[in-house]
Write a protein that binds this ligand. Structure first.
Ligand SMILES: Nc1ncnc2c1ncn2[C@@H]1O[C@H](COP(=O)(O)OP(=O)(O)OP(=O)(O)O)[C@@H](O)[C@H]1O
Ligand SMILES: [Mg+2]
Length: 244
């Protein structure tokens, strides 16, 4: 019987041979991990453009360190994020990460809701780092845990994005104007104690910026009815959070 090599099988073998993870390949190409998984499993045919891109990347010589250095150098040349480097390895959450990647394809607002210490922030940073390539204008983490006053929420976001207040308009309006044509992911972390201010800003920014995506972590949900909202998927409390 003829032993045929499918594109998916070739992709998987080359990727493993070069020591690249699905996640690294996803980051480098801008495609989602789930899409790469489906192509490798022959559940999805790549477009011609995607097949050419993947072929070009994976047809490099079998020089694993060189390729990884190239990938790392490209990341360094485009420092489009302020995500912290994790000091411990990320464990478990495989199902959540896969589900979140799927959800990211369909909605611009995701909230990770759950009790303190359950892993919301860690999961958000991990997910955000896996989606860097999807956002040419960057992935920006705004840590709100230490913020004392809800009035300061817009300032905290503006500070991270390097946006200054402008004459004759509020900082919220300035933010909305600056983000209007940007394709970026904003991660608002630990919103629970400034939840109403966050809900207000998130609503304004999502309405003003069509390619803006927002990932929220909070112990309590934001009171927002977002038209693209997906049904909640509740996971067990000990495992993590639910997505809203
Ligand atoms: N998947 C994971 N792999 C490794 N460590 C994790 C993971 N999830 C959480 N942790 C660790 O557990 C601790 C608590 O996680 P995290 O800060 O993300 O919780 P949280 O839900 O955001 O809590 P809070 O509501 O207090 O902000 C952190 O030290 C974090 O690094
Ligand atoms: Mg947190």
């Amino acid at each position: 019987m003829k032993d045929e090599m499918s594109f998916g099988l070739w992709l998987k073998q080359r990727r493993i041979l070069l020591g690249i993870t699905q996640s690294q390949l996803a980051q480098h190409t801008g495609y989602s991990v789930s899409l790469i998984q489906k192509i490798e499993a022959n559940q999805r045919r790549p477009s011609q453009q995607m097949a050419e891109q993947l072929t070009n990347i994976l047809s490099l010589p079998d020089d694993q360190p060189a390729l990884l250095q190239t990938l790392a150098a490209q990341q360094r040349l485009t420092p489009r994020h302020n995500l912290p480097i994790a000091l411990t390895s990320f464990v478990d959450r495989v199902a959540e990460i896969r589900r979140l990647h799927q959800i990211c394809e369909h909605t611009r607002l995701i909230s990770l809701i759950g009790p303190g210490g359950v892993g919301k922030t860690r999961l958000a940073i991990h997910l955000a780092s896996e989606r860097l390539q999807a956002f040419p204008d960057g992935v920006w983490l705004v840590e709100l845990a230490a913020l004392g006053d809800p009035v300061l929420v817009p300032q905290a976001v503006a500070h991270v994005l390097g946006i200054n207040e402008e004459a004759n308009r509020s900082l919220e309006e300035t933010l909305a104007a600056h983000l209007a044509h940007r394709q970026l992911l904003l991660v608002l972390d630990n919103c629970e104690h400034v939840i109403d201010a966050c809900a207000q800003l998130v609503t304004l920014l999502l309405q003003s910026a069509a390619r803006l995506n927002i990932l929220v972590t909070s112990r309590t949900p934001l009171a927002i009815v977002w038209r693209d909202a997906i049904p909640s998927t509740t996971t067990s409390r000990s495992r993590c959070c639910h997505f809203v």
